[in-house]
Design a protein around this ligand. Sequence first.
Ligand SMILES: Nc1ncnc2c1ncn2[C@@H]1O[C@H](COP(=O)(O)OP(=O)(O)O)[C@@H](O)[C@H]1O
Ligand SMILES: [Mg+2]
Length: 526
Amino acid sequence: MVQSGPVLGIEGTAWNLSASVFDNDLKTLYSHPYQPETGGIHPREAAQHHAAQMSHVISEAVRDRTDGISAVAFSIGPGLGPCLRIVATAARSLAQRFGVPLIGVNHCVAHIEIGRYATGFTDPIVLYASGANTQVLGYLQRRYRIFGETLDIGLGNALDKFARSRELPHPGGPFIEEYARGGSYIPLPYTVKGMDLAFSGLLSAAKDAQAPLKDVCFSLQETAFAMCVEVTERALAQTGKEEMILVGGVGANRRLQEMLAQMCKDRGARFGVPPSQYLGDNGAMIAYTGRLMLEQGDVLPIPESQVNPSFRADQVLVSWRDSGEMDRYLTGAVINRQGERQGAEARIQIGSCTQKKRLKKPYRDETLDLRLITERTRAEARLIAAARRAGVPTPIIHDITKDTITMETIDGILLKEVLTPENLQIAGIMVGKLHHAGIVHGDLTTCNMIMRNSQCILIDFGLAGNSSDIEARGVDLHVLFQILTSTAEDAESLQSAFCAGYQSVCTDAHLIFAREHEIELRGRYL
Ligand SMILES: Nc1ncnc2c1ncn2[C@@H]1O[C@H](COP(=O)(O)OP(=O)(O)O)[C@@H](O)[C@H]1O
Ligand SMILES: [Mg+2]
């Protein structure tokens, strides 16, 4: 520990300007939200609001403090450029005036830290659901790894945009929650790719739906939240972690909390959500994270304090936590080759043949649940067979019912347990062949590839589909590369070995790699 003492935190990445002081606990929190007269956030107007309210908000936050401030922390990104710059300017001048260090806090990491603080959980999987962001994260070796996230808009924005299209007041989330009570289910698009999500197809279908408003609100929530819960459950299953927290503004939604609590209960994991004043954007999370950083001497010289509108959580070197054990990650994946195993969505019985039964999920609306189970079981059997015909090794299917597939047992070892460049190259050839045949897998993880005698057998085709789109294939690769980055130490060499194999068989490889890169860089912020 280097230093401690009261830290002033200022948050103003989007619509809410908020400040707080953290000493040994959180006593003060003062916020002044910008409320657009029409439509969503206008970045320049929000910035003007922050500039006009800054001195008032700061003086309210530091009021009654007799002891001096020992550092000024501010959210340095991600967020709206004009808003970030106003907050940074104020933070710099306060730090100079008090003669104390300046601390640049990543906004997403601050949401996670306040969530850990408020729940007392030590090593949770995090679902961060706000207006602009929707991510599933977990800690490993000094970084918050992003296991999955939205590929288009944030969950909160999707809800607000829908509300606006129906002329409900802004922000629309609470109104949708209210209207959803007593609604019934109508089918809407459900999009999960590996651990990533997409909301824009769901949003446009909901906007166009002809059903009564309460049914559309109900189904929009049920669908969007079930997608989030599903990817969160996958992250729990894959990492073996036993705690889960929900943070971010959408975290205030009771139905989302209820669904996550149910999922965690069924898995034997603990679920927590911070009190509502720490869910939406708030200065307290910046003050608290600033204090953790101050204790590590993690301060920022003023010339290096420029804001970063697309600052991602996994770019932050987390100096205040120990490294986190790699072993924990493997416990989730170690498989008893014979016997029963429960994954994120199915129970698998491995014997002389393998039975995969998709389980009912009590957190999901019953009709949606039944739809997903039958659609995925059917798709899986059909595409496993199609892949085989295209020369990609997959298990032979023996039988299929509404929820159960009986197939050949592949006696090998999961790619996850043997991550070598040689094996990744073989995997690259198989995925390249699959894509070349117009099939995308939808969940390309190292748990869904089994190595046997220098062959790579692909399994788990429940999210697969027919597509030769550059985008769909790019997303497929993106899912795999994300897994490599979040679980392997030498991800880069593994990725290039994979690419070497892939491009030897798939003609559009260079276009698909370029698209994958674009997907990775895509600003996920507004
Ligand atoms: N045909 C099979 N042969 C051998 N092992 C299998 C087979 N199918 C599944 N498994 C094992 O069970 C695990 C989970 O199966 P999977 O189909 O991927 O379901 P989930 O949806 O739970 O990920 C796999 O990672 C693998 O270890
Ligand atoms: Mg699987």
